[in-house]
Ligand binder design. Structure first.
Ligand SMILES: *Cc1c(COP(=O)(O)O)cnc(C)c1O
Length: 219
């Protein structure tokens, strides 16, 4: 299925006007689709699966910024640390430590984001506020990573009030973190996907992760 070029231009315009950045979520989509969006000038792409990302990356232009947004296993950090622009979805101290170690090996400073659990569903990964604050403390000892923001996913529901409440909760954790680190504030609040990004932006998101709206439904 081809990229929805009209939807891309509309979305890009809408987001640019609001100062919101766009990660194009290309998981399970062929490199041809990514190439098509690249030709339109897009550079920030996000993937969920290490093996898929590692296969696609060498086939595509080297100035693409790859963001990892899936659940990352510690033993796989080494495969993406050499080239990833950011790792979002960090949800444990041991993962943070491993990212620091692998980034150091590559002589890089890697941007990471912490994943916060806001949905009511059991299946979604993430930290609570206390764990976020603890990890921010620990990160002080990790010179090869830079925590740049928080990310979260709302429940998969039609109930927009509930989605709004969940995004608002993440926004308040974000504000709480920044009230404690006035000298080096977190810059990015990544929330919102194809179905709920307008709500997320109304709750303060400045980065959305959009897949199906641009690339069509996934298999
Ligand atoms: C798949 C995915 C998205 C994009 O979802 P769409 O509904 O296709 O826009 C965003 N964020 C994460 C973490 C994802 O796994």
């Amino acid at each position: 299925m081809p990229v929805n070029v009209v939807a891309y231009h509309q979305l890009k315009k809408e987001l640019d006007e609001q100062g919101v950045s766009l990660l194009a979520v290309s998981k399970k989509k062929p490199v041809e689709d990514i190439e098509e969006l690249y030709q339109l000038g897009h550079r920030d792409f996000a993937e969920n699966y290490v093996q898929e990302l590692v296969e696609k990356q060498p086939q595509l232009p080297s100035d693409i910024r790859w963001h990892f947004i899936g659940h990352l296993q510690r033993n796989k950090v080494k495969y993406i640390a050499p080239f990833c622009a950011s790792i979002q979805g960090v949800d444990s101290p041991s993962l943070l430590q491993e990212i620091n170690k692998q980034a150091q090996k590559c002589g890089r400073i890697l941007d990471v984001m912490l994943q916060v659990h806001i949905a009511t569903e059991e299946t979604k990964f993430g930290l609570d506020q206390e764990e976020v604050l603890d990890l921010l403390q620990q990160a002080v000892h990790y010179p090869s990573i830079r925590i740049i923001g928080l990310m979260g996913m709302a429940s998969f529901t039609e109930n927009t009030e509930q989605i709004k409440a969940e995004f608002t909760a993440l926004r308040s954790i974000f504000d709480r973190c920044n009230s404690l680190r006035a000298d080096s504030p977190l810059r990015i609040l990544s929330m919102g996907m194809s179905s709920d990004y307008p709500i997320a932006i109304s709750c303060g998101s400045n980065m959305v992760r959009v897949g199906s709206l641009l690339f069509g439904a996934r298999p």
